[in-house]
Design a binder for this molecule. Structure first.
Ligand code: CDP
Length: 237
């Protein structure tokens, strides 16, 4: 019998996604990326002088990312503030974005990326990376490419795109495996994680699935950036 997802999606089908640019007026760049019930808001500030001063690099500017899940983003209120998970996701977000950002003309400066997850239903690091890449572009930060991110899951033995929390909690057979992948618009992987167990052959299949899904994510990001520019030229923002 074919594998059935709890929400009836096809195995290669993403959740309904939406994106919007320019959602935080005070920021130099900002964007929202929503995938199903997961919503990420990214705000970019800079380039500006790096503080603390001892972290300045006279050869290049630097990217600094901070990921945060707000207290009421999940049903059980979570403790606010920094924790190990948020620190890890902040770091991988930086790894995912750094290869496309060119800050060599900004010595001693920093570009701050603040990501807030206002609603969480799995895939928050991917939604955060998608929003952050758009916010960097909106801020006019020199970028070689866009970055798009999606999570591939293995539920027992079946690979599926864009897990929900309900799917992440799947317990049948071999249980769940979660593989968040971030890919540039020219097809290079900048970030990949693996939480669970998978054989090499299926890992390769999951990368191929991520590449296809990220093309869809990229289209959504690009359309949102275009819409912002069009609205601006008509005086709408
Ligand atoms: O969100 P993402 O899949 O990138 O990361 P995760 O650490 O695998 O978390 C998966 C999901 O678990 C989150 O998106 C939340 O829905 C949920 N979660 C939670 O309810 N409480 C936490 N303290 C952390 C995560």
């Amino acid at each position: 019998m074919a594998f059935k997802r709890p929400d009836g999606r096809k195995i290669t089908e993403m959740r309904p996604a939406e994106a919007k640019v320019g959602v935080v007026p005070n920021a130099d760049g900002s964007a929202m990326f929503k995938s199903g019930k997961t919503i990420a808001i990214a705000a970019v500030y800079g380039p500006k002088k790096m503080h603390p001063q001892h972290q300045q690099n006279p050869r290049t500017g630097q990217l600094r990312c901070e990921y945060n899940m707000i207290s009421f983003s999940v049903d059980d209120r979570i403790r606010p503030g920094r924790n190990r998970r948020a620190m890890e996701i902040s770091e991988v977000t930086k790894w995912a974005l750094e290869p496309v950002v060119d800050l060599k003309d900004y010595p001693n400066q920093v570009v701050d990326v603040h990501i807030n997850i206002i609603q969480a239903d799995a895939g928050t690091r991917c939604a955060g990376i998608n929003a952050a890449a758009m916010a960097l572009a909106h801020a006019g930060i020199p970028m070689k490419n866009m970055v798009s991110s999606i999570s591939i899951g293995k539920l027992d033995k079946t690979l599926v795109v864009d897990l929900t929390k309900e799917e992440e909690d799947f317990e049948e057979g071999e249980g769940p495996t979660d593989i968040p992948v971030s890919i540039t618009s020219d097809g290079k992987i900048t970030h990949m994680q693996l939480d669970g167990m998978i054989e090499v052959k299926q890992l390769q299949e999951s990368i191929d699935m991520a590449k296809e899904a990220c093309k869809e994510v990229y289209k959504i990001q690009k359309d949102a950036l275009k819409k912002f520019i069009e609205d601006k030229s008509e005086g709408l923002n």
